[in-house]
Design a protein around this ligand. Structure first.
Ligand SMILES: [Zn+2]
Length: 258
C-alpha cells in the first residue's frame, strides 16, 4: 500500500494479509463515540468526529518504517443516558458496549495487531467505565484507552474543558470547526449564549441528565467563541494523548516479549 493514511475498512483482505507479512509492528486505533445531542449547532456524531480527527493526526505522527498504524472502523454508539429527553439520543447499555468492545478488540489482536488503542471522547461516566472495563480484561499493554478524562491528559486541554463545561461549548465546537467545518451550524452557533454549567460538578451533586444540570439546549460552555484555530490546537493535544498511550502500550508489550 502506498497510501499513508491507512484505513482498515478500506483495505482488501489481500492487502491486509500482505501488511502482516512485512514483519512490522501493527497498531490499530479505533474510535468509540456516541449518537447524542450536542446543542443546536453540532451534529449528533460529534464525539466520533472528534476522535477520528485526532486519530488521523496521531496516525501520521506514529507511522514509521517499523510501525504500521491502521484506523479501524469506528464504533459509533455509546452509553447516552445524560441526553435523555432530547431528540437524537441513540444509545446502548454499558454491558453491551463492553461486550462489543471486548469482541472487536480481541478479534483485532487475533488478526495480528500488537496493540489496539481505543479512542474515546464521549465523557459520560457510565460510558467511560464501560470502555475502560475492556482494558482491565487484557491488562498487558496490548489494549489502551486514550480519553481526556484521564487526569494527565485533561490537564493539557483548554480552561473551558477543565472547568467541566465540556459538552458542545468552545472546546468541542472548535474541534468540529477544524475537522468538519461544513457540519457546524455557524449562524446558529454565533447566537448561542454561554451556559456556565460544569458537568463534573453536576455529576458530583448526583445530577444525571443534561436537563437536571440546567443544559436546556444540550450544551454547556460558550459555543459562540469557537474558532477553527483553537480546534486545531486542541486536536494536536488529543493526538499527543493517543501517541502517549500507544507508545506506553507498545513498551509494555515489548517488555513481555523478552
Ligand atoms: Zn461530545
Amino acid at each position: 500500500m502506498e497510501a499513508d493514511n491507512k484505513n482498515l475498512g478500506e483495505l482488501t483482505s489481500k492487502e491486509f494479509g500482505a501488511l502482516l507479512e512485512e514483519e512490522r509492528t501493527l497498531v490499530v486505533l479505533m474510535a468509540v463515540g456516541s449518537v447524542e445531542p450536542h446543542g443546536p449547532h453540532l451534529p449528533l456524531a460529534t464525539d466520533t468526529i472528534i476522535s477520528e480527527a485526532a486519530m488521523l493526526r496521531a496516525q501520521a505522527r506514529l507511522a514509521s518504517p517499523k510501525l504500521d498504524v491502521l484506523l479501524a472502523p469506528s464504533i459509533s454508539y455509546g452509553v447516552t443516558e445524560f441526553a435523555r429527553g432530547f431528540p437524537g439520543a441513540v444509545g446502548i447499555r454499558p454491558a453491551t458496549l463492553t461486550a462489543l468492545l471486548e469482541d472487536v478488540v480481541g478479534s483485532l489482536l487475533s488478526a495480528g495487531a500488537s496493540h489496539v488503542c481505543i479512542v474515546n471522547n464521549h465523557l459520560e461516566p457510565e460510558h467511560d467505565k464501560a470502555v475502560r472495563a475492556v482494558v482491565a480484561m487484557f491488562n498487558d499493554g496490548r489494549v489502551a484507552v486514550a480519553c481526556p478524562l484521564t487526569r494527565r491528559h485533561a490537564r493539557t486541554l483548554s480552561a473551558e474543558f477543565k472547568s467541566g463545561a465540556c459538552h458542545a461549548g468552545t472546546y468541542e465546537t472548535s474541534i468540529v470547526m477544524a475537522a468538519q467545518p461544513a457540519l457546524v451550524r455557524e449562524q446558529t452557533m454565533l447566537k448561542l449564549a454561554a451556559v456556565p454549567v460544569s458537568l463534573s460538578e453536576g455529576i458530583g451533586r448526583g445530577e444525571r441528565t443534561f436537563i437536571e444540570m440546567g443544559m436546556k439546549d444540550a450544551y454547556a460552555g460558550a459555543p459562540a467563541a469557537a474558532t477553527a484555530e483553537h480546534g486545531e490546537e486542541q486536536l494536536e493535544l488529543l493526538a499527543t494523548m493517543i501517541e502517549v498511550e500507544v507508545r506506553e502500550g507498545l513498551a509494555k508489550v515489548a517488555v513481555q516479549a523478552h
